[in-house]
Design a protein around this ligand. Structure first.
Ligand code: FE2
Ligand code: ZN
Length: 392
């Protein structure tokens, strides 16, 4: 028997984590480090950047908005076009050729779907917060304090938050839209990219035209909560929140003739929002086994890190992407979940230069505690020795 409920892989049927569940087209976060000889080291906080949302660009428009504050002072007041030109040149220089081609292909793929697919419920494609969310969630976001978030949330294990978020009508409409997507894929025999490397069913909603709405969901709803509960991933809010900059939004489907379960893994995300849309199902519980950095991804689970969570339609579970988890078999019916992976390029870049992740990795935290205890004992021993010497 494992000590203190420590993670027993045989019991959980969870092999060691060998890969991160990522999206297939690999269009995740790519941070192109800008050459320091032309960008300022510090952002100009007074400068109000332009908006690039209306342009079809190789990178997330938000990246340009954020980068703009780092432009050399002489460029800050020039036209949007020349700023864009300058920033694109920098970014392209640091983005590998293969990745650029892949991004271009993916844009074409998405364009093809969007120009052919007829949405069933157009009202889902732009953010209508009062129609989408339950009032308690809206109020908490409006108040925007730790207290207001805590008042609607449970934290069944450290760093895992669950709360009611979606109205039943919204879940219903989105389920119907997903069915419509499935039908379209089947009728047109269109080969769509599945949501990630582990799910074979479901669809990337961003590819079907929901990117803007889901981006808003991340920016206006997930980011404020993450700022409070996952502070290490939300940087520089005073300069416009340059992190949690991109997202990957998709639905997954479980049941007979769909995916049955999902192996033990970490997500290719800094923060994951997972909302059950319905419908009738048995099983499908999520199991969590603590947050780990890359180095510690296969270390043991402490008893307090172990959590099983049963989905409730309309209810969200929010956790760090590095929170190790998996999904048990959906044994009956059909389960559809909306998942939003939120990513921070800044966090990923900074992580490369750090070795201690004790602010979020459970194992780094444990190691740090052991080191501190050892040094306290050493000091104590030293003091006792000195005391003994002076009294003798
Ligand atoms: Fe996951
Ligand atoms: Zn660690």
């Amino acid at each position: 028997m494992s000590v203190d409920g420590a993670f027993d892989r045989r019991k959980d049927q969870s092999p060691a984590i060998t890969a991160v569940n990522g999206n297939i087209n690999g269009n995740g976060v790519t941070l192109s480090s800008a050459p320091t000889f032309c960008l300022s080291l510090n952002p100009n906080k007074e400068h109000k950047p332009d908006n690039y949302d209306d342009l079809a660009l190789e990178y997330d428009p938000m990246l340009f908005t954020c980068l703009e504050r780092y432009l050399p002072p002489s460029l800050l007041s020039s036209s949007r076009d020349s700023k864009l030109h300058f920033m694109r040149d920098i970014l392209l220089k640091y983005s590998p050729e293969g990745e650029r081609i892949r991004a271009q292909k993916h844009r074409e793929y998405r364009q093809k779907i969007i120009s052919n697919y007829q949405p069933l419920h157009k009202e889902l494609y732009s953010m209508h917060a009062t129609n989408f969310f339950v009032p308690s969630f809206l109020k908490a976001i409006h108040d925007n304090t730790e207290e207001s978030f805590r008042s609607i949330m449970s934290e069944p294990a450290p760093g895992i938050f669950t709360f009611d978020i979606l109205q039943p009508q919204f879940c219903d409409l989105l389920l119907k839209e997903v069915e419509n997507i499935e039908k379209w894929v089947c009728d047109t025999k269109c080969k769509i990219m599945r949501p990630n490397t582990m799910n074979n069913y479901g669809a990337v909603l961003d590819d079907f035209g929901m990117e803007t709405m889901l981006h808003k969901l991340m920016e206006d709803f997930v980011r404020p909560i993450s700022k409070v509960f996952f502070p290490e991933v939300v940087f520089y809010p005073e300069v416009g929140g340059s992190s949690l900059i991109s997202h990957h939004g998709f639905v997954v489907q479980y049941g007979i003739h769909k995916d049955i379960d999902l192996g033990f893994h970490v997500d290719d995300a800094e923060v994951t929002l997972n909302v059950c849309l319905g419908q009738e199902f048995s099983g499908g519980e999520l199991f969590f086994r603590g947050v780990r950095c890359e180095k510690h991804v296969n270390t043991e689970t402490q008893a307090e890190e172990s959590l099983d969570y049963s989905h409730v339609p309309g209810r969200a579970i929010l956790h760090r992407g590095r929170h190790r988890h998996g999904a048990r078999a959906t044994t009956q019916g059909r389960r559809v979940n909306l998942i939003l992976w939120c990513r921070s390029a800044v966090f990923r870049e900074l992580k490369k230069y750090q070795t201690d992740f004790s602010s979020w990795c459970g194992e780094c935290q444990r190691e740090k505690k052991v080191r501190q205890q050892l040094s306290i004992s050493a000091v104590k021993e030293e003091l006792l020795k000195k005391e003994g010497e002076s009294t003798s």
